[in-house]
Write a protein that binds this ligand. Structure first.
Ligand code: ATP
Ligand code: MG
Length: 229
């Protein structure tokens, strides 16, 4: 096997929240290059807050965020996307009036003009064939599961080195859950991307993830290799 080319993430003693209320109190977590890591925890414990903090949408009060061996704690959000962090937020993230194609190209920076001219790369359609058939349809006309595939596909267009997925299987039917699992399996096998994924189901953590963390009351209360679950 070749060397993993995904970029690692290291959070150390992260403290973050909204205004005065600190949701993350002291969170340390590592995603190694090429690894698939699952973040679990009950509703409202701060899993999404953690991802938003990694993306720079929330400024940490304390602690550090390192990505690809560099300190990103104080970098503005757009620097993270440019540096190859893809982010799929929780819930539907599709613009209903734009076509599938427009939705897919939306994530590209002006700097990616070349990619924009070349159109949607084939590797995206290889992962989500249904999107190719629907390329000219409006985002809003897709089913919930198809929209979820579209959000993930958008993050993959620019081939991120680290992919953050916030509950991508939430509220979708089992067959599409399997499609998304298959995509994550193929990312894992290629080891060209690291994945941090929020997912409540134990079965995912045990079947696909290499490592898991459980968040509760602002701290990591359990972690380990998925084989130990
Ligand atoms: P779920 O499993 O339901 O997605 P979660 O673990 O992702 O939950 P977060 O969305 O991170 O939880 O929310 C953590 C806490 O922060 C909750 O108590 C929530 O009410 C609060 N919170 C979330 N977003 C905001 C916001 N924009 N302003 C203030 N408080 C917020
Ligand atoms: Mg959440």
């Amino acid at each position: 096997a070749g060397q993993a080319s995904g970029a690692g993430l290291e959070l150390k003693h992260l403290e973050a929240g909204y205004g005065e209320s600190m949701i993350l109190r002291d969170v340390s977590l590592t995603v190694k290059p090429g690894q698939v890591v699952c973040l679990m925890g009950r509703n409202g414990v701060g899993k999404s807050t953690l991802m938003k903090t990694v993306m720079g949408l929330i400024k940490p009060k304390r602690g550090t965020i390192a990505y690809g061996g560099q300190n990103y704690t104080k970098q503005p959000p757009d620097r993270r996307a440019k540096a190859g962090i893809g982010y799929v937020p929780q819930g539907r993230d599709v613009f209903p009036q734009l076509t599938v194609e427009e939705n897919l190209l939306l994530g590209l920076e002006a700097a990616d003009a070349k990619l924009r001219r070349a159109g949607i790369p084939q590797h995206v359609f290889d992962k989500f064939p249904v999107l190719k058939e629907m390329i000219h349809r409006k985002g809003g006309d897709l089913s919930g599961g198809q929209q979820q595939q579209l959000s993930i596909a958008r993050a993959l267009v620019s081939e991120p080195k680290l992919l953050l997925l916030d509950e991508p299987m939430e509220g979708i039917q089992p067959s599409i859950v399997m499609d998304i699992e298959r995509v994550i399996e193929s990312i894992k096998a290629s080891r060209t991307m690291s994945v941090l994924l929020i997912e409540q189901s134990l079965s995912f953590a045990t079947s696909i993830a290499d490592y898991y963390y459980v968040l509760d009351k602002g701290v990591i209360v359990a972690e380990g290799s998925s084989a130990d679950l």
